[in-house]
Design a protein around this ligand. Structure first.
Ligand code: KDO
Length: 329
């Protein structure tokens, strides 16, 4: 009779439903980054992966692709938006290409230090700016990581004191308008090049200089092909550990909570190690025979800040945002 058959069918459905979820394939999370394996933001991805495996065994399959082997530097947001990539560590410069207001975080000499960076992005400012990325780019930012404070790393022995001393210096920057603007604001001749080509560029002399945080100068071995490090401290840089919304929305609420928690563990690990490293690395570079010195940082700050305030970028900054960022303790 129908009644019994109905029950049997429902029971079978319920059973197969349970069986399916118990045996469900783990959620694959493919992450792409240009980072090299010994850099802290590459290692933090392993912390993220390990944490998910510990908290939810068998639920996630995190695949980490380093050295831009999966997607070219800067193409990760579009890859996530097309549904071809689940996760990446994106920069404010990447985001500013699609959301001009974000260019405020590409400005030199605005964020003061790593602690200020974290406080800004964990305040209402961070909430507002992350919401723009979710709404306009379909990307969920899980957390901010400190990439480090960018310094100049130069071939040759010409002493650099002020922006004028960088005139004609071919300074490699990552390839986007926001990055090139920063290089030119420093007084140099900014030229775009992907991260993976910087070592050879310096070695062969197609570029004279590059800028990166000290832990990256070490990890990517740029110190082998340069002669001086000029401590301009021009950008307290960030990477945003992010997930495609199409992937994020497929997760259960519990799983969403887990990925946020794992991201926080990962960025905490990165920040702690990177900050400790930055303090120690000056000696390492000196031992490698490089000159390491502070230029007239006030002269750089004054020119860079003025260039940004006078720029087209500043017209897209939300009213009062610079003052709000400055006010964060
Ligand atoms: C770089 O290309 O100089 C840069 O530091 C830019 C960052 O936004 C980020 O892409 C980083 O490279 C890579 O993660 C490699 O460390």
């Amino acid at each position: 009779p129908k009644y019994t058959a109905g029950i049997a069918a429902a029971a079978i459905l319920a059973f197969s439903g349970a069986a399916t979820s118990a045996m469900a394939d783990p959620v694959k999370l493919r992450i792409s980054t240009p980072a090299v394996d010994s850099d802290w933001h590459a290692k933090m991805l392993t912390v993220f992966k390990d944490e998910l495996e510990k908290q939810a065994p068998g639920q996630f399959d995190v695949e980490i692709h380093l050295n831009a082997s999966l997607f070219k530097q800067g193409t990760e947001p579009a890859a996530m938006q097309r549904g071809n990539l689940d996760m990446a560590m994106i920069s404010a410069q990447d985001i500013a290409k699609q959301i001009p207001a974000w260019s405020v975080f590409t400005a030199g000499y605005l964020i003061r230090d790593p602690q200020h960076q974290r406080a800004v992005f964990h305040s209402d400012i961070g909430k507002e700016f992350y919401q723009m990325v979710a709404d306009d780019m379909n990307i969920e930012i899980l957390d901010v990581g400190y990439l480090g404070t960018r310094e100049l790393d130069i071939r040759g022995d010409k002493k650099i004191e002020t922006p004028a001393d960088l005139a004609g210096v071919k300074l490699r920057m990552p390839g986007s308008d926001a990055w090139l603007f920063l290089g030119n604001a420093l007084g140099a001749n900014a030229t775009p090049l992907a991260f993976g080509e910087v070592y050879t560029g310096l070695q062969t002399g197609t570029i004279d200089a590059q800028d990166n945080p000290l832990p990256t100068v070490k990890a990517a071995k740029f110190y082998e092909v340069t002669n001086q490090i000029v401590l301009t401290d021009h950008l307290v840089d960030a990477v945003f550990l992010s997930m495609a919304k199409s992937t994020y929305d497929e997760l259960s609420e519990d799983q969403q909570k887990l990925v946020h928690e794992a991201a926080e563990k990962a960025t905490a690990y990165n920040n702690e190690n990177r900050i400790a490293d930055e303090a120690k690395l000056l000696d390492f570079f000196k031992e490698q025979g490089l000159k390491v010195y502070k230029p007239d940082v006030d002269a750089f700050r004054k020119k860079v800040q003025q260039d940004y305030l006078d720029s087209e970028f500043a017209k897209d900054w939300p009213e009062g945002i610079v003052e709000r960022i400055n006010a964060v303790k």
